[in-house]
Design a protein around this ligand. Structure first.
Ligand code: IVH
Length: 671
């Protein structure tokens, strides 16, 4: 064999690097390079391949963005029909189903596999000797559409698997193409900004619309993802569903996170927990799927024409309801943005009664065509503020909603800045802005001052006891005793909470200050990099933008904020009051992981990989990236990789992200 030329070597190197970064980004959720560095690698590879056609390869990452249009969307017939799932909204019916399965399998030992039901688009991938050969939608279950060029742009779908020996020569991996909630919101914002298209109603529609594009380069920009959840052709190679999931994951194809449970009680508990935690998933899920694990036991139960008897989907309660708008009011937020809010006839949505729903902004009011008296659909997604999604019936004499010209709280002018959707109250000392910023400052994820909720803040502002953050630290017992509902005990508790909050780390203080574009995560990045408020407040735009996670818009807001004279006097007052302004070095919190190695795989909720590892170290453990028999524990997030499979094989203790968070308990949340 001829030795590889330098160009060929470079091409191979770039292909491997890009594949590695795709995996880090889409599968492991811990990118090592910025988007622009990635683009640079990608463009270099494109150029080399264009100039050296002899080294072309169908598996090259550049083939993901195929040039030109897909040839229509051709028809594909599924050699193994794609069935759907029996489903129910009733937990009792799931229990009845389990009892029936118990009967039909005659008391044998059995395992159930429980998985999230991802709200996306069903897709069947055919791998031939480890290479992606075809991708098709479900269609009617018998015939689907060929979406191969589009699916090739989905970066979590490997064009070639990492270890083809783990899979049969021809295998149909079925799963869901979906879009993360965050990417969905970003996509809709971008579509709205272009003003060209109607935004998508939900992530499912967004995934489906993006997948079925004639032009794959449109699909490529949509950040779609894939998770495997079942086997079609070639499924005979696996004795159980859990084996299938683990093998596929070990070969580098992301698979759905599944829990193996052997008792009815365990299954019921798990699906109820999942329902109350449904918002913890980075993507929309509409229920949980319970499947019998063993293929042999499955075959004894068989299927009807449309559904297998060995699986059932438990669907979560709907989070939409219909109600009537009584009034539309204008609320002023902490940055002065005036938001229209609908006061509605109280209605139960997903188990909670709501009487207010946001309309976001005045463009949204226009888009929905909504006014007082209308009958509307409302949606509530967990912690998220309920929102109006559609007008079902117009009021007979509807009056158009117009943005206010004066602030409803202070009477100052309300203006709309150029290129902005928002209308803002121009008065920086508007009492409602002040109230909201103070409430934010004291909130749990910021300075965490217990007992200083919105109602207390409103009284403090009304009585003029507090006019900026630093005044909080000068409050006296007598001041508080003058407030409604404040007795000695409550006043003392609040003062103790204020005192305690002085020692929060710089990251919390930075977030609490409410700098535009600086959320919790960015605040942590800033604190980690500067460690001290003096250094942070004198950082230049260049210094800030040289940090990977900080873009020019954030850098600009930070510099702007700290250059204001009000900010400088505020910071001086905070320091004088004894508020901590440094980020402490990690200190030992407990010994719960002492002497143990802990391995993470998949996307954890609520922590970055680096944060989770830091938490382990603080508790005496050692994070590691490889699983062996000696590993103390493997923590799995969404889309766990091959480490999960290996842990199962070696019998290493596995916990999921929420169990891990529980182990860290209060200490972490209070940090
Ligand atoms: S199993 C024969 N598992 O739900 C059963 N399906 O109504 C094959 N879905 O078309 C599917 N998450 O697209 C399975 N964890 C999961 C799923 C899942 C979402 C979709 C799938 C299917 C539909 C069934």
């Amino acid at each position: 064999m001829k030795p590889a030329s330098p160009i060929e070597k470079r091409i191979n190197y770039l292909r491997d690097e890009i594949r590695r970064h795709d995996r880090l980004y889409y599968v492991d959720s811990r990118p090592e390079i910025s988007d622009s560095e990635y683009d640079r690698l990608f463009r270099e590879l494109e150029t080399l391949e264009r100039e050296n056609q002899g080294f072309a390869s169908g598996d090259s990452p550049t083939r993901r963005v195929a040039g030109g249009l897909s040839e229509g969307l051709g028809k594909v017939s599924h050699s193994v029909p794609m069935l759907s799932l029996a489903n129910t909204y009733s937990a009792d019916e799931v229990e009845e189903w389990i009892a029936r399965v118990e009967r039909l399998t005659g008391g044998e030992k059995k395992d159930f596999v429980v998985e999230p039901k991802i709200d996306g688009v069903s897709c069947a991938l055919i791998y031939e000797r480890g290479s992606l050969a075809r991708a098709a939608t479900r269609g009617d279950g018998e015939t689907g559409e060929d979406v191969t060029p589009n699916v090739k742009t989905v970066r979590s779908v490997p064009l070639a698997v990492e270890n083809s020996a783990l899979l049969p020569a021809r295998l149909e991996v079925r799963g869901e193409i979906y879009i993360d909630k965050e990417d969905f919101a970003r996509l809709n914002d971008a579509l709205a900004a272009e003003g060209k298209e109607m935004p998508f109603a939900n992530p499912r529609n967004a995934a489906s619309g993006s997948l079925r594009q004639k032009d794959p380069s449109v699909t490529a920009r949509r950040r779609l993802k894939f998770l495997a959840h079942s086997a079609g052709e070639g499924s005979e190679a696996f004795a159980s569903h859990s084996r299938f999931l683990a093998s596929v994951a070990a070969a580098g194809i992301p698979s759905v996170k599944a829990r193996i449970i052997s008792t009815a009680d365990g299954v019921m508990r798990y699906i109820r927990d999942a329902e109350s935690n449904r918002d913890a998933y980075p993507f929309e899920i509409d229920g949980m799927v319970v499947k019998l694990d063993s293929v042999q036991q499955r075959s004894r139960l068989g299927s009807t024409a449309r559904q297998p008897r060995w699986a059932i989907a438990y669907k979560f309660a709907a989070r939409r309801a219909v109600s009537k708008i009584n009034k539309i009011v204008f609320q002023v937020g902490r940055t002065g943005v005036v938001t229209p809010v609908a006061e509605i006839e109280p209605v139960a949505v997903g188990g909670v009664v709501i009487s207010r729903a946001t309309l976001h902004n005045f463009d949204e009011v226009k888009r929905l065509g909504v006014s007082e008296g209308d009958t509307v659909s409302v949606e509530r997604a967990g912690d998220v503020i309920p929102k109006i999604i559609k007008v079902e019936q117009k009021a007979p004499s509807a009056v158009e909603v117009v943005p206010p010209v004066k602030c409803p709280a202070c009477g100052s002018d309300v203006v709309r800045e150029e290129n902005e959707v928002a209308y803002r109250c121009v008065n920086p000392s508007c009492p409602q802005q002040l109230e909201r910023s103070l409430a934010h400052f004291a909130s749990r994820d910021a300075m965490n001052i217990e007992g200083m909720g919105e109602a207390v803040v409103a009284q403090l502002v009304a009585k003029k006891l507090v006019s900026d953050y630093s005044d909080i630290f000068g409050l006296k017992e007598d001041d508080l005793l003058g407030l409604e509902l404040f007795k000695e005990k409550r006043a003392q508790n609040l003062l103790a909470a204020v005192e305690q909050s002085k020692s929060r780390p710089l990251s919390k203080l930075t977030y609490a200050l409410g700098i535009r574009n600086v959320g919790e995560k960015t605040a942590r990045v800033l604190a980690d990099n500067f460690r001290d408020l003096n250094r942070l407040s004198s950082a230049s735009k260049d210094e800030l933008s040289s940090i990977r996670e900080i873009g020019p818009a954030i850098a600009e807001s930070v510099v702007n904020f700290f250059s204001q004279s009000q900010t400088r006097s505020l910071l001086a007052k905070l320091k004088k009051a004894g508020v901590n302004t440094v980020e402490p070095q990690n200190e030992r919190v407990s010994d719960i992981f002492a002497g143990k190695t802990v391995v993470f795989t998949g996307e954890l909720d609520g922590f970055t990989r680096a944060e989770a590892e830091a938490e382990v170290r603080k508790r005496g453990g050692e994070p590691s990236s490889a699983v062996s028999k000696k590993t103390g524990m493997v923590v799995t997030g969404a889309n766990p990789g091959s480490k999960y499979a290996k842990a199962l094989k070696l019998g290493v203790k596995v916990v999921d992200g929420s169990e891990f968070a529980e182990m860290l308990s209060e200490e972490f949340r209070k940090r």
